[in-house]
Design a protein around this ligand. Structure first.
Ligand code: KG4
Ligand code: ZN
Length: 419
């Protein structure tokens, strides 16, 4: 399934060109459009085959994405070999389609940005091999991209966000807090010591069998939990623990929450003698309990990161900014509670539009544009041997030991229910 989201932009730009030509051929306009510098971005780190072309002013020229979500929902999770097979099958049509939509050929592309780290090794390898093949065939440089850096920076494509800023990256594979000082200068303040919030949502939703309800049958677990939680009439009946309360750092943990949620689900299933495809009657309330617990944890760790940045003067008081990104940032309840925190702490809060929070080719091409403008990480086609994938790849300079040592105490912000 291809979604060419930028076809409207393209159609519009062609219309401008056509109307101008109808009146009087304007050759300088044509050559101006043709001489623009274009970056092609490729994303295959997990289960989406994404591609996009941006010009170096940050205009999205075209985009294609092949989403594997439905298949993985049916399989009960991502099976790496299956994801790789689908990337292999769709990488070429996705890239070809993106070029076609942009009305461009590979010759007119200036560089290829591709995700090389972190991610599923089998998936990453498909993107890297295809990017190298294109680079060698058409003599184009490759710009290697760190997937989490791309999540953080893409917010700058749509909004004016200056360096430095604090970022909270929440997805199916990661949970990170970092200060972004420049395009390639990240300082890591906290990370998950086990799983990620999106992974917890997906697992709990699957175990609750939310997919058996038609309205949740075709959406990811996180989105299903958000929608079901909004319908809860008794959001407090399931009490879930706040993780890592005794650790005065900015790290995260979601395994304890997951175990507690699954245990409560199991108890309710026993109590109601639930069988087969049935759901517990209180499924909305359990979703609310899980969502509130995750939100509380995310807000409190972010609050401590803000205090840390203040203490170490890492973020200017007069221009404090928080960027929330990654698939879980689509969650409005989480975002609204983070907005309350930002109001309290005098931060401005930003997040990319939902489709840019999720994995996509645009964020990779945008990171390529930001690096191109600064002449960073541009690897010529003749010199690609050293470029390789990295499944695990830490984000930036590790300041976690300093955060842990600082043991910053905070007066925890109360999470609002009725947002
Ligand atoms: O960033 P992303 O597209 O892929 C990774 O790099 O992991 O994030 C996907 C994750 C999934 O776990 C999905 O359940 C979660 O983002 N997600 C949400 C919402 N929409 C997507 N979680 C909570 N609320 C949502 N509305
Ligand atoms: Zn991601």
């Amino acid at each position: 399934m291809f979604i060419n989201r930028s076809s409207i932009i393209l159609t519009l730009s062609r219309q401008v060109l056509r109307t101008t030509l109808d009146r009087k051929p304007n050759l300088s306009l044509i050559s101006n459009i043709r001489s623009r510098t274009y970056i092609l971005g490729i994303e295959t780190s997990c289960d989406d085959t994404g591609c996009a072309i941006l010009d170096t002013n940050g205009n999205v020229i075209s985009e294609s994405i092949h989403n594997q979500n439905l298949l993985h929902l049916r399989n009960g999770g991502i099976i790496p070999d299956v994801a790789q097979d689908l990337h292999r099958r769709y990488i070429e049509p996705t890239v070809t389609n993106t070029l076609k939509e942009a009305n461009l050929t590979m010759k007119e592309i200036s560089a290829i940005a591709v995700t090389l780290e972190p991610g599923l090794p089998l998936s990453l390898a498909v993107g890297m091999k295809y990017a190298k093949h294109l680079a060698r065939k058409f003599d184009k440089p490759i710009i290697p991209i760190h997937h989490m850096e791309a999540h953080a920076l893409v917010a700058r494509m749509q909004q004016h966000i200056s360096f430095p800023f604090l970022t909270l990256l929440i997805s199916g594979g990661h949970c990170l807090l970092a200060v972004v000082e420049d395009v390639k200068k990240f300082k890591l303040l906290g990370k998950s010591i086990d799983s990620a919030p999106g992974e917890l949502f997906d697992k709990v939703a699957r175990r609750m069998k939310l997919r058996n309800l038609f309205e949740y049958s075709k959406i990811c677990g996180g989105q299903a939990i958000e929608l079901a939680a909004a319908k809860s009439l008794n959001p407090h009946i399931f009490k879930l623990p706040l993780p890592l309360v005794d650790y005065k750092d900015c790290n995260f943990s979601f395994n304890g929450l997951k175990t507690a949620a699954l245990l409560q689900l199991h108890r309710k299933e026993e109590e109601h003698r639930i069988e087969g495809d049935q759901l517990i009657p209180e499924y909305n309330d359990l979703c609310a309990g899980v969502l509130m617990a995750v939100t509380r944890h995310l807000v409190h760790r972010t609050q401590r990161a803000m205090e840390f940045c203040k203490q170490y003067k890492m973020i200017p008081d007069e221009n404090a900014q928080l960027v929330v990104s990654g698939g879980v940032a689509c969650n409005n309840y989480i975002f609204k509670n983070l907005s309350v925190l930002c109001e309290e702490m005098n931060y401005k809060i930003y997040r990319p539009t939902p489709k840019l929070c999720m994995d996509n080719g645009i964020m990779i091409a945008w990171n390529g544009v930001e690096k191109w403008r600064r002449s960073l990480d541009i690897n010529m086609a003749t010199d690609l041997q050293s470029l390789d994938i990295r499944a695990d790849s830490p984000l930036g300079e590790n300041l976690i030991p300093l955060v842990e040592k600082s043991r910053i105490r905070i007066k925890l912000l109360k999470i609002k229910l009725d947002l």
